[in-house]
Write a protein that binds this ligand. Sequence first.
Ligand SMILES: *[C@@H]1O[C@H](CO)[C@@H](O)[C@H](O)[C@H]1NC(C)=O
Ligand SMILES: *[C@@H]1O[C@H](CO)[C@@H](O)[C@H](O)[C@H]1NC(C)=O
Ligand SMILES: *[C@@H]1O[C@H](CO)[C@@H](O)[C@H](O)[C@H]1NC(C)=O
Ligand SMILES: *[C@@H]1O[C@H](CO)[C@@H](O)[C@H](O)[C@H]1NC(C)=O
Ligand SMILES: *[C@@H]1O[C@H](CO)[C@@H](O)[C@H](O)[C@H]1NC(C)=O
Length: 475
Amino acid sequence: MKLTAVNVLSVASLPVIVLAHARHPNPHNYRQVLAASPSSSSPLSSSSGTPASGTVVSTTLLPTPTGSTPSISLQSTNPTAVPLSNIVVNAPSAATSIMPSPAPPGTTPSNIPKAPGLPNISTLSPGNYPPLDRPPPTDSPEVQQWIKEVQESGVEIPDFSPTVAGGCPANPDAVADSSRCWWTCGGCTRETDVTTCPQKYNWGLTYDDGPAPYTPDLLNYLDQVKLSATFFVVGSRVISYPALLQQEYLKGHQIAVHTWSHYSLTTLSTEEIIAEFGWTKKVIKDVLGVTPTMMRPPIRDRVRAICEAMNLIPVMWTRISPTATFDTDDFNIHGGVTNVQQVLYNWENILGNVSTIDTGFIVLEHDLFQQTVEVATGYILPDALAHQPSFKIQPVVECLDLQPGDAYLETNDNSTNPLPISSDGNSTNSTSSSSGQSSSGSGSGNTKNGALTGAVMNIGGLAVTVVLGVLAITL
Ligand SMILES: *[C@@H]1O[C@H](CO)[C@@H](O)[C@H](O)[C@H]1NC(C)=O
Ligand SMILES: *[C@@H]1O[C@H](CO)[C@@H](O)[C@H](O)[C@H]1NC(C)=O
Ligand SMILES: *[C@@H]1O[C@H](CO)[C@@H](O)[C@H](O)[C@H]1NC(C)=O
Ligand SMILES: *[C@@H]1O[C@H](CO)[C@@H](O)[C@H](O)[C@H]1NC(C)=O
Ligand SMILES: *[C@@H]1O[C@H](CO)[C@@H](O)[C@H](O)[C@H]1NC(C)=O
């Protein structure tokens, strides 16, 4: 449905805050952001609303803050959308929906035939997990075990020099080194990366960084319009909202890994990255009873080889040229780096590009902030649902023509969807796991200060270089 004339008028007549200066959001402050959010259980949910009608409606021209952003026209918006003038930096916190209760232990999702029953999360003890929003220590027995498994997987971890903070401009040598295949700086991908849905007009719908206080509003809307998505969750958020994760899973959404602390991965040591993935896989297993097989790296830094060694398929988002990346930039409304009009303009450009490509697509969006949920439920999703030709909107695993159960180790069909590491812990890539002498003794009990001793180990006949100190792998 389009905005009524009255709504358009009231939206247009409200002053829209335009921020001249941009404060870059610090991912390390997520916990503070979430802690500052209200936990009120008012039923006055701000962003859930009635579903889009599904009929084609006349285009709604939305107001823009200044002449700086071109005008935006959407096919459809949610009749209960939060006005654009309220989707701004420093917006007063809207009331949050009631958080779900833990699901009865043993419950199974209806879309995964052989799923194990849900664990009893009343027994979940945060004290058994690493601290929130910090890279987990690497000297724990759990992390030591995961390090050993990576070493014994037969996957070669490339020995690249570390990148420094500051992104592409600060790392000219790494950018120029094509052997790194650095997706962030140049868009390089490998065969193993998922960046699109194969079929044209199929959208692999994804949300990053939750579970978070406004995620229930997104879930309510997705329910109303009968859509499922992929949620790339932050492990420490799962500790905060385990019942919410269960609800996402039981509603048929795909759950995937988005690290434990959301640090920029290239600033962490190899062992710390293993800990980030390992703990996130573990907490999801402890809450859902299943272990995800897909992941998305935060801050666009990537660690392909470690993903492979830990049975995680990297899922990026579609990028058709250096200037046409399918990133709504919704994340940056909260910090004032962008505004909602620009985000919707980015969305319009994505739609324009979608019609020009032969494949489907994946878009970067977030369920972390009030603003990101409001723009998704109020504008982007209703507009997408009204799009002609119509989109097929699905979780990534399904747009890849896999079964919902293939999103998890325990329910994966290993005959139709072989994972990188087989159940005996070895790489299924025959060229990378040659037979020969095996020596894995150097992997245990040798860590100090979170760094493996620099060594070239002969594992399964393969020379595996373990990088000392700082991680040097980029996707
Ligand atoms: C779940 O665990 C709690 C805490 O240990 C216990 O009181 C409860 O009986 C358990 N529920 C089931 C269904 O096992
Ligand atoms: C594709 O996206 C780019 C960058 O956002 C934009 O400049 C271009 O106009 C878009 N193409 C179409 C056909 O909309
Ligand atoms: C598929 O293989 C994984 C190990 O890669 C194993 O854990 C899982 O149990 C297997 N799935 C099934 C359905 O046997
Ligand atoms: C798989 O790993 C085990 C030890 O983890 C080893 O004994 C076996 O030879 C490996 N198999 C292959 C095919 O590499
Ligand atoms: C298999 O391993 C070899 C050697 O490490 C590597 O060059 C190749 O890209 C790998 N193939 C896949 C599909 O991962």
